[in-house]
Design a protein around this ligand. Structure first.
Ligand code: SAH
Length: 429
């Protein structure tokens, strides 16, 4: 049977069983497979031709993290030569202030004798490096607190970059993913143990943990829904052909999918929504660990509080790009819905604060004073230019200052003030 015909035969089934289809494909992606498609485009076109249109969520997951060929899996995407720049890459001050937040919250949470740090989506490892450098400078406060650092990372390429930066030596062995334990371990020159995991599940439980997820949730897949004549429908991705050339296009499925029925809030007032159930599951996992074993999480991302409708976009070489072209070669991102994340955390016994804008958060943490100190200590015009430039991009409301936001999740066992009220969460006042 011709592939296109085959596809239309399966079309109705696909609609009804879309979630099942996603579950199957999740099991289907094997990291150790020797063979695989030559490109994201090849895989997506073949998949649509054989089994029909795919959800935006599945499309995003394949484009970003498909083994070997996905966008994040085989390249350095950051910096001037890459596609986008993040705050840790812009300025050392960012990691220093996040480290100060951790130390302050660790102290507010009773200063336990050991800290397990967890970073989701560590990029080049720059943030972790700045955090550990600052912890070293704060040894007088931290004293002999034991420390380990766990990273949740899907990209073998970036895991290697992170290892080499943090361990200060080349990684000699080949990375082989392992789904029931960490897949890589190392040690910093200061003897802090480092572990790399595919997912949060394999990070040890039952211990005081501080989480950081910076520009992580915006890379997680979203389902896209549109309300048409009062009925929620799901946006899928299909192939269109003009006879000579095939392209991808967005299509609205005629019948509501299971995802329409299960993922959209009953009181949703918008006409279009993007929902990331994977983000909700990860927040629930972090939150249950925090409520069980004490700890805190800081989530920073481009985002909104359940107000925006259509934020899915592509980035290539620092410019907006069409998400349906350049498959696997351009970043695909959607703004984080902080209201949705907050709702995922609230049922657990935790305090949730924010979101607060990056401008306010970094100012509360003392970025102005830190900038002055660093400027005073250097007369090198290049260093001063970089410090001021990085500060401006992070703080200016027209750049990252307003659109970039922070949410914190903290355990309830916080220090109490003299009125027996928990002390405020650092930086969120
Ligand atoms: N936090 C870094 C990098 C942000 S880019 C910074 O601020 O500079 C997103 C990071 O998340 C990359 O390291 C990417 O490889 C990783 N990533 C993307 N999707 C992921 C997933 N599903 N699971 C684990 N890591 C993921």
């Amino acid at each position: 049977m011709h592939a296109l015909k085959l596809r239309s035969v399966f079309f109705n089934k696909l609609v009804r069983f879309s979630t099942c289809n996603e579950l199957q494909s999740r099991c289907f992606y094997r990291f150790d497979s020797k063979q695989g498609p030559a490109s994201v485009a090849e895989f997506i076109y073949n998949k649509i031709l054989t089994t029909g249109p795919i959800s935006v969520s599945e499309f995003m997951k394949i484009a970003l993290t498909f083994p070997k060929v996905g966008y994040y899996m085989n390249r350095d995407v950051f910096g001037n030569q890459g596609d986008f720049v993040t705050s840790p890459e812009l300025s050392q001050m960012f990691g220093e202030l996040i480290a100060a937040w951790f130390v302050s919250e660790w102290s507010n949470l009773g200063a336990p004798g050991s800290i397990q740090l967890v970073e989701l989506g560590p990029g080049r490892g720059t943030l972790a490096c700045d955090i550990l450098r600052t912890f070293k400078q704060l040894r007088q406060v931290l004293q002999d607190t034991k420390m380990s650092f766990h990273f949740v990372e899907m990209s073998p390429f970036l895991s290697k970059v992170q290892y080499e930066l943090l361990c200060c030596k080349p990684l000699e062995k080949k990375i082989v993913f392992c789904t029931d334990n960490y897949f890589l371990s190392g040690r910093t020159p200061e003897n802090i143990d480092l572990f790399w995991h595919n997912a949060l599940d394999t990070v040890p439980r039952g211990t005081f943990t501080l989480f950081i997820a910076h520009e992580f949730f915006d890379a997680l897949p979203v389902h896209k829904f549109v309300k048409k004549d009062g009925i929620w429908k799901e946006m899928y991705i299909d192939i269109c052909s003009d006879g000579t050339k095939k392209n991808l296009r967005f299509v609205l499925l005629p019948n509501p999918t299971l995802a329409c029925k299960t993922l959209i809030a009953k009181d949703e007032a918008r006409q279009q929504v993007e929902v990331s159930p994977q983000s909700s599951l990860i927040v629930q996992e972090m939150t249950s660990r925090i409520s069980e074993s004490n700890g805190a999480a800081l989530i920073g991302d481009y985002g909104h509080f359940g107000t925006k409708e259509d934020t899915l976009r592509g980035f290539k070489k620092h410019q907006l790009a069409d998400v349906l072209s350049d498959l696997g070669e351009c970043d695909i991102t959607a703004d984080v819905d902080f209201k949705y994340l907050r709702n995922a955390a609230l049922p657990c016994n935790v305090d949730v604060s924010g979101p607060i804008s990056q401008n306010k958060f970094l100012k509360h943490l003392g970025i102005d004073t830190r900038l002055m100190m660093l400027l005073r200590s250097s007369s090198d015009p290049e260093v001063r230019r970089k410090l001021i430039g990085g500060y401006n991009i992070m703080i200016n409301p027209a750049q990252m200052g307003e659109r970039f936001q922070f949410l914190s999740i903290t355990s309830r066992s916080r220090l109490k003030d003299k009125n027996n009220k928990s002390v405020p969460i650092t930086g969120f006042e």
